[in-house]
Structures are given as C-alpha cells and as structure tokens.
Design a binder for this molecule. Structure first.
Ligand SMILES: Nc1ncnc2c1ncn2[C@@H]1O[C@H](COP(=O)(O)OP(=O)(O)O)[C@@H](O)[C@H]1O
Ligand SMILES: [Mg+2]
Length: 376
C-alpha cells in the first residue's frame, strides 16, 4: 500500500505533481538542494540535499513507499542506488539511461521505427568535417547530456562555427543534428501504467522563444491523421521503453507531413500544463495513478486551451499587471513560488480556457493578456 511518495527534484513540475498527490490523499517528501523549493513549499517535508547525496537519497527511499523524479538530469547513480537497495523507483533507471542521452534517445526511436532528424556523434574536432559532409548545414549542435530549455545548443552554418561551438562545449560529447525547417512543433503527453495500459492526451502545439517554450496551443492545429499518428508513436515509445509514469514526446512536423521525434522527457512536461485546467485528470494526477498502481483515466478535454509561460526578466521580483490579467475570467494563473525573477527563468504560467476554436482572435487575446504582465 502506498501512503507516502518521494520526489527527487523540487521545481515546478514537482510542485504541481505534489499538489495533485496531496489532493488524492498521499503524503509527499521531496529532495532538493535548495531550501524552500517550489515543491518543498507544498510537500509535507523537504530533505535538503544534493541529488548525488546517496545517504540522503537512501533516507528518502526509507521514508517513502515509492520514489519518482521531476527532472531527468539527476544522477542516474542515485536512482540505481535506490533500486539496488530494494526501494521502488518509477520510472526505473533504464528509462533514465536512454532519456538522459540525446544519442541513445534518437537511436532508440529509430529502433522503434520512428523517424528523427539525421544526426551524428561528435567526440573530437576530427568528427566535425565528417558530420558536415554527411548531414550538412544549417545544423544544430547539442550537448548529448545535461541540456534543457535550449541550454547547451549551438546553431551553426559553417565548419568554422562548428569548431567554435565544439571549443565552447569544453570537451563535452555533442550530437550534430540537421536543422529541420518544421511547420509546427508538437508534443504528446502520455502515461503508461505497469499493466501496459497507455493513455495519451490531445496533441499540443508548441512555440519556443530562443529554445524555451513560450506558448502551447491545445489541441494542436493539425489534421486528425497527424494527431493520431503522433499519439500512436508516443504509445509505442512508452511501451518499448517500459516506462511507468507520465512522459512527453516532442516532434517536428515537416511540410511533407512527416513527424520526426525530437526528444522524450520521462516526466510530466511544460507542454502538458494545460491538462490541469481543461481535462478531468491532469498529467500529474495521471502520474500519481501510474506509480501508485491506480487505473489511468482516459483524458477528456472540456475546452481548448492556450498556455503561456511567465518568464523572469531580471527587472524585478514583483509581478505587476496581475489585477488586469485576472479581470478576464477565462485565465487561470499558476505561480511557482520562486522568489527571484532572474531573466528567462520559468516563474509561472497561465492557461486561457478557450470555448471556441483556437483562431487568430484567441491567440491575439492570449498574447495581449501576457503583455499585461511585467516584473517590477
Ligand atoms: N534539429 C532541430 N531542427 C530545428 N529546430 C530544432 C532542432 N533541435 C532543436 N530545435 C529547436 O530548439 C528547441 C529546443 O531543443 P530541444 O532539442 O527540444 O532541447 P531542450 O528542450 O532539451 O532544450 C526545440 O524545441 C526546437 O525549437
Ligand atoms: Mg525540448
């Protein structure tokens, strides 16, 4: 029987997970190095320790009935340590092994018959001319491990620029990817349970600003056929990876209608925040259900949604304009309890609940709403 859930990572994803877990009656203990973390503020307790602190990790395992994580760049050794000591962790470490590594992830997708952008492995400067000849420019170089929110990426259109990127990466292993001139970026939030059942949410459409998600439109403005294909691919990937929990698969949609897998996240995802406000069972509740052995809920969309991230600007820590924003009853606000609005830091988001279709009027309304906010 599960009473207490442990979460490694105390960010906003852990916070929204903990809020749903608490609503469902579970106790939550979070482990994060930063005291009073976004998740720690709403959990029953926070263990303040580094993710690699095996002593603290074991303490988390001992005091909880199941452990999960909200961030895939935690040390895999910590998850393995829990597993070898008989503590249950979901998703299991084999999932992290693949999803922490952009090369493994793309090779895995291809083994599942799911296309990706062409890519090559870069370990030394001598690999750069080979990749340039085989794949060409424009290209995007990314660190194989540790990147998120566009960090550890270089867009290059010459061999000189590629060498400069390699030097800047300071010896980190890189992946060379073809730049895809996509018409849309979409993602699928899915949850798989231990009994192999999988549920998928309506496909979301994502707009990024310099590598960070800025807006999600749900459902995506794509055909039913494309939507079904994306959802099927996400199910296949989750089953083949033998993941238990909520996960996200990002795709590029090309002019010709191809869906290329970009990356997978073995956890709830920023592009699935909309599920809190316009479905009966959010991506977070679905994760609780999966790891606690409860039945998954077939998602039902009550309304359409536009989600906009609220990023810090480095101009102050007080969010102005909230009164104006909330004059609109279709807006639902979510703030993460972060005290310093450092430039480009994810501070919160809002969901605009849209009853009709998501057209230019709805998008303009959401952008105008976002424009009311400023950090002072
Ligand atoms: N091969 C690519 N072609 C075109 N755009 C890309 C490519 N790879 C990444 N991008 C852009 O950069 C964003 C961030 O890259 P991504 O691989 O998702 O890394 P992360 O989200 O982990 O920072 C993507 O959402 C997309 O907008
Ligand atoms: Mg991404």
């Amino acid at each position: 029987m599960i009473r207490t859930i442990g979460v490694i990572g105390g960010g906003q994803l852990g916070r929204m997970f903990a809020l749903d877990a608490k609503r469902m009656g579970y106790d939550v203990i979070v482990l994060d190095p930063q005291e009073h973390s976004p998740c720690g503020q709403v959990a029953d307790e926070q263990i303040v320790a580094a993710y690699e602190d095996l002593h603290a990790i074991e303490d988390l395992g001992r005091r909880t009935d199941i452990v999960t994580y909200e961030f895939e760049n935690i040390a895999i050794g910590s998850v393995q340590h829990l597993e070898t000591n008989g503590y249950r962790v979901m998703p299991a470490s084999h999932v992290l092994r693949v999803t922490q590594n952009r090369l493994f992830e793309k090779r895995f997708a291809r083994e599942c018959g799911i296309p990706t952008a062409d890519f090559d492995e870069i370990n030394a400067p001598a690999d750069l001319p080979r990749a340039a000849a085989a794949i060409g420019f424009p290209a995007i170089l990314k660190t194989v491990r540790g990147g998120y929110d566009g960090k550890g990426q270089w867009r290059v259109d010459s061999l000189e620029a590629a060498h400069a990127a390699f030097a800047e990466a300071k010896g980190a292993q890189l992946i060379w990817e073809r730049m895809i001139p996509f018409v849309r970026e979409v993602s699928v939030i899915a949850t798989r349970a231990a009994d192999d059942s999988v549920v998928t949410y309506p496909v979301a459409e994502n707009q990024h600003d310099r590598g960070i998600l800025s807006m999600t439109i749900a459902p995506a403005r794509v055909s039913d056929e494309i939507s079904q294909r994306a959802r099927d691919m996400a199910s296949i990937l989750g089953r083949r990876l033998d993941i238990v929990g909520t996960y996200c698969v990002e795709f590029f949609l090309t002019e010709g209608g191809a869906l290329l897998m970009n990356e997978m996240a073995p956890r709830p995802h920023n592009s699935g925040h909309y599920t809190i406000d316009v479905t009966q069972c959010s991506q977070y509740e679905q994760h609780v259900r999966a790891i606690c052995g409860l039945p998954l809920a077939q998602p039902h969309l009550y309304a359409n949604a536009i989600m906009m991230n609220i990023l810090g600007e480095g101009t102050g820590d007080h969010l102005g304009g909230v009164n104006d924003l909330l004059a609109d009853p279709t807006i639902v606000m979510h703030m993460y309890g972060k005290h310093h609005a450092v430039a480009r830091r994810k501070m919160g988001h809002f969901t605009m609940v849209v009853d009709g279709p998501i057209d230019a009027v709805a998008l303009d309304k959401a952008r105008a709403a976002h424009g009311l906010l400023r950090w002072v």
